[in-house]
Ligand binder design. Structure first.
Ligand code: GDP
Length: 466
């Protein structure tokens, strides 16, 4: 990183009521002064305190007016980046935005790289790496659950815990290494039973965090829900009713193939991705040829499987279908919900009795009508509960970031090796090597240990201006 004053438009491209242009770095306030004329005669920004706002104009090199603006001033270290910074609120024409940006560059600033503001904040110790990553997640969050996940990470719950465990372990490894200095002498500075307890604590924490990843990741991307059912059970009717009801199709996730179009619906603040297991969106021909086997393959990727049974069809056939799903997926940690459809036309008694008799697993049975939408609120509650129940297991901190997940897996492997070494009275130098590896991976999560490549990777995914 250089020490340049950087600048970027922080608001989205295009026309808005106002736009914000950021300037940050040592000398940023002096730089803004070169193009800013205060509404108060003779007032300069350099003479002003931080956390203040000033009204005036930005002028071009001929002192001609570009726009009337408000300048918010922040002084190091009390700014997002930790540096002297200013945010210029101007009118939202793209012409004005470009002109102002251009002026800052003329007087010595350079364009910020994607994520460079947050990178500087990280390098200046304003936030750690996992918090910086949470900033990107927060900007991208499109549901309440997603938002909460990012906020928790931004608050630093994960980083604090990891930082503390790492410090304790670091302390132990220093003692171990100190023992090495005493060579032949029989000294023990690092009490082995305490070291073992600490490592067990770290192992348990890493395990619970890695286990939370499938949920955390699912919340981030939307919990994958597959709707399975035999032809004519009402799958497309249910899908359409759910989508229409929620009126919250946030996106059709781009880049997926035609036969796996997925839609996101938000129920009680949680995003669910509906997986089209049967190619219902395709032509009638394809549905015919698709076959049940292929639908099963798609269910592999789901956290929740809705088995949609048709109350107007042969009861035994429908229950056989449910049975097949339970046999295949019941033990895979997936939640299976049995939905008895077409309640407007038939009663659920026979099917329910058959389910009770033939299917041992405790699965929730809900009777609905996909067509008239009745009783769908019970389905909503069941879907929400899937997330709530799992969230309770993990508490506040869920890992939703693949990079953290990888690092935690390495922590688990390293700790196991170190624990085995401890049990086998491995020589100190080898033991400390194993522990150092654990320290390394813990440190990569918070960014206490990092390199340019990792940073480049993380911050290049940010938008310019953040
Ligand atoms: P899919 O093949 O599983 O996608 O089934 P469809 O959604 O195409 O539905 C098959 C037929 O069942 C259509 O004629 C629907 O109108 C009808 N259907 C679906 N759900 C219901 C329901 O809840 N009640 C009634 N009476 N008919 C339904």
């Amino acid at each position: 990183m250089d020490n340049a004053v950087i600048t970027a438009i922080a608001t989205p491209a295009g026309v808005g009521a106002i736009a914000i242009i950021r300037v940050s770095g040592k000398g940023a306030i002096e730089l803004v002064d070169k193009v800013f004329i205060s509404a108060k005669n003779g007032k300069t920004l350099v003479a002003q305190k931080g956390n203040t706002i000033h009204f005036g104009t930005i002028v071009d090199h001929n002192d001609s007016l570009i726009d009337e603006v408000l300048v918010s001033l922040f002084r190091a270290p009390h700014s997002y980046t930790g540096e002297d910074s200013a945010e210029i609120s101007c009118h939202g024409s793209s012409y004005i935005q470009q002109q102002i940006l251009q002026r800052f560059i003329e007087v010595g600033a350079r364009m910020a790289q994607p994520g460079e503001y947050t990178l500087r904040a990280f390098l200046n110790g304003k936030l750690d790496l996992s918090q910086a990553e949470a900033v990107a997640d927060l900007i991208a969050s499109d549901s309440e659950a997603n938002h909460r996940l990012a906020l928790n990470q931004l608050k630093g719950n994960l980083s604090n815990e990891i930082h503390q465990l790492r410090e304790k372990l670091l302390n132990f490894v220093s003692l171990l290494e100190l023992e090495l200095d005493f060579g032949e002498e029989d000294v023990e500075f690092a009490e082995r039973s305490l070291l073992r307890n600490l490592m067990l604590e770290i192992a348990a924490y890493a395990k619970s965090l890695t286990e939370s990843f499938s949920l955390g990741n699912a919340i981030k991307k939307g919990i994958p829900v597959a709707i399975a059912g035999k032809p004519n059970a009402g799958k497309s009717t249910l899908l359409n009713t759910l989508l229409k009801e929620e009126r919250a199709i946030v996106s059709e996730i781009a880049g997926t193939t035609r036969d796996s179009i997925e839609d996101l619906i938000v129920i009680n603040g949680i995003g669910f991705r509906l997986i089209d297991t049967a190619g219902i969106r395709e032509s009638q021909d394809t549905i015919e040829t698709m076959g049940i086997e292929r639908s099963f393959q798609k269910m592999e990727g789901a956290s929740v499987i809705i088995a949609l049974l048709d109350l107007t069809a042969n009861a035994q056939d429908e229950v056989d279908f449910l049975n097949e799903i339970v046999n295949r997926f019941g033990l895979n940690g997936k939640t299976i919900l049995a939905l008895l459809n077409k309640a407007d036309k038939a009663s659920s008694t026979i099917v329910e009795q058959l389910i009770a008799k033939q299917i041992k697993t405790a699965i929730q049975v809900i009777t609905i009508s996909a067509k008239d939408g009745s009783n769908l609120n019970e389905l909503h509650t069941a879907l929400t509960n899937v997330v709530m129940d799992t969230t309770k297991l993990h508490g506040d901190v869920l890992v939703s970031n693949a990079r953290h997940f990888e690092a935690l897996n390495q922590v688990k492997i390293g700790i196991e090796r170190a624990l085995a070494g401890l049990s086998n009275n491995l020589p100190n130098d080898l033991l400390s090597q194993d522990i150092r590896e654990v320290l390394h991976y813990l440190g990569t999560i918070t960014g206490e240990i990092t390199n340019d490549e990792v940073l480049g990777n993380i911050f290049s995914k940010f938008c310019i201006g953040k």
